[in-house]
Design a protein around this ligand. Structure first.
Ligand SMILES: C[S@@+](CC[C@H](N)C(=O)[O-])C[C@H]1O[C@@H](n2cnc3c(N)ncnc32)[C@H](O)[C@@H]1O
Length: 172
């Protein structure tokens, strides 16, 4: 009976997330490496934020390139797994949070998203609002989904790279 309730709890936790964003599917490591080598070469100057960070695979790849890597994840089990798998990488931080309510850290340089077609426009708008609030451009990497009506600056495999700049409304 214990195992039944445990399994039911896991199913409910993973199932609940689909009402707030994409279900858990990890990025493919080989493609991720190609993206961080060719599409957006990460360095120690970068602070990468993965919105919906899953088991933290993206964060760990970013940290291997000496970037600080911050993940926000809604599923508490994935947060525990991510923290465990990243325990030897001090550059990685994972927080239990709904990314729709998160304010990006001011040091953020690049936002990584493996979302879904339903939410991609809303996600890019959210990050564009953050670029406006922080008054700095943000790189936006989308895995698997092009943003409608927005021209990528580069494409590698299934990855699209966009540059989101704050509007120049405060210049006058
Ligand atoms: C397709 S997976 C990508 C995981 C990871 N970014 C990767 O590329 O391996 C999407 C993740 O976003 C999480 N998620 C969905 N909606 C969310 C929300 N509103 N806030 C935080 N995380 C969310 C899911 O639990 C899932 O782990």
């Amino acid at each position: 009976m214990f195992w039944f309730w445990l399994l039911a709890a896991v199913v409910v936790i993973f199932g609940f997330v689909v009402f707030r964003g994409a279900p858990y599917v990890p990025s493919r490591k080989k493609e991720l490496i190609a993206a961080f080598d060719e599409l957006y070469p990460l360095s120690e100057k970068d602070v990468l934020v993965d919105i919906g960070s899953g088991d933290g695979i993206v964060l760990r790849e970013a940290a291997k390139r000496h970037a600080r890597a911050i993940g926000y994840e809604l599923n508490p089990l994935l947060v525990i797994i991510s923290r465990f798998l990243s325990r030897r990488q001090p550059l990685v931080e994972t927080y239990l949070a709904d990314f729709w309510f998160v304010s990006l850290p001011p040091e953020t340089t690049v936002v990584y998203v493996f979302g879904e077609s339903r939410d991609i426009t809303k996600m890019v708008n959210k990050v564009a609002d953050e670029a406006q609030r922080l008054k700095k451009p943000l790189a936006f990497i989308s895995y698997g989904f092009a943003v409608p009506n927005l021209m990528p600056v580069k494409k590698t495999g299934a990855y699209y790279l966009y540059q989101l700049s704050p509007l120049q409304i405060d210049e006058a």
